[in-house]
Ligand binder design. Structure first.
Ligand code: NAP
Length: 225
């Protein structure tokens, strides 16, 4: 079976402070597109990768997420993504299936089947939606807002990072539920965007935060993501 080139995004070394482009490297490796004999793993062609805030935590030399060890310098990053199954050693998946789950930042990946979280059945929407509204940010927003927050029409909802992947969905769910939505964001462009759903969009940056309307902060519900 052919050995093919496999571009990877690797972490050069552990990061302190904000991530810089120079902390990452694009390298070209090779991979044999064939499952090892007897393997029950899944060989994937990665299609879309999701860039999420928790990934920064894994770039420090101490793992601060219980579920995951930090990234290893010199190895590709991993995170949520959409992929096509090229070969499967697990009965739940077959060649050609589209899946969503944990994969690596490279063109082709060999992953344990337990890393795949679900098979994508609905392909009548762009597959990239599974990195957003139909993926982890969407599930976080939906479960956090509806199942933890138990919102009621007329309630006041404050959303910080309201233009972000999770925040923009919480804001829209709140609006659809008939809540009064206050959203904050860190730039004028983001505030223009959140005006689509926020009754009261706030540009919070100093020196002069702007707020369209005076706001009564009492009886505010808090959900932390
Ligand atoms: N518990 C869970 O399962 C779960 C799942 C998903 C996400 N989350 C959490 O939910 C939050 C939002 O996630 P997301 O995917 O929507 O993120 P995102 O799209 O990357 O948005 C992050 C936004 O946070 C704001 N921000 C405020 N302070 C910041 C700082 N010091 N550094 C960087 N950004 C800062 C920035 O917006 P402004 O400039 O507009 O403020 C930034 O654009 C994150 O804290 C994430 O870890 C939790």
């Amino acid at each position: 079976m052919a050995e093919v080139k496999n571009k990877q995004v690797v972490l050069k070394d552990y990061v302190t402070g904000f991530l810089k482009e120079s902390d990452l490297d694009l390298v070209e490796n090779t991979i044999t597109l064939k499952l090892p004999e007897g393997s029950n793993e899944i060989l994937l062609k990665n299609l879309y990768l999701s860039c999420d805030p928790f990934m920064r935590n894994l770039m420090s030399d101490i793992g601060i997420l219980e579920k995951f060890l930090p990234y290893a310098p010199g190895s590709p990053l991993f995170g949520y993504g959409v992929a096509k199954v090229l070969e499967s050693g697990h009965p739940d998946y077959k060649k050609g299936d589209l899946v969503w789950g944990f994969t690596k930042w490279e063109e082709y990946s060999l992953v344990p089947s337990s890393r795949i979280l679900f098979k994508i059945e609905h392909t009548d929407v762009p597959l990239s939606y599974y990195t957003g509204i139909l993926g982890m940010p969407g599930m976080t927003a939906y479960a956090g807002f509806f199942e933890v927050g138990l919102p009621k029409k007329g309630e006041k909802v404050f959303v910080s990072a309201a233009s972000g992947a999770v925040g923009q969905l919480v804001g829209q769910f709140a609006k659809l539920t008939g809540c009064y939505v206050v959203g904050s964001a860190g730039s004028k462009d983001k505030v223009l965007f959140i005006k689509l759903f926020a009754n009261n969009p706030i540009l919070y940056q100093l020196p002069s935060p702007t707020c369209c309307k005076a706001y009564d902060w009492q009886d505010l519900k808090a959900i932390s993501f």
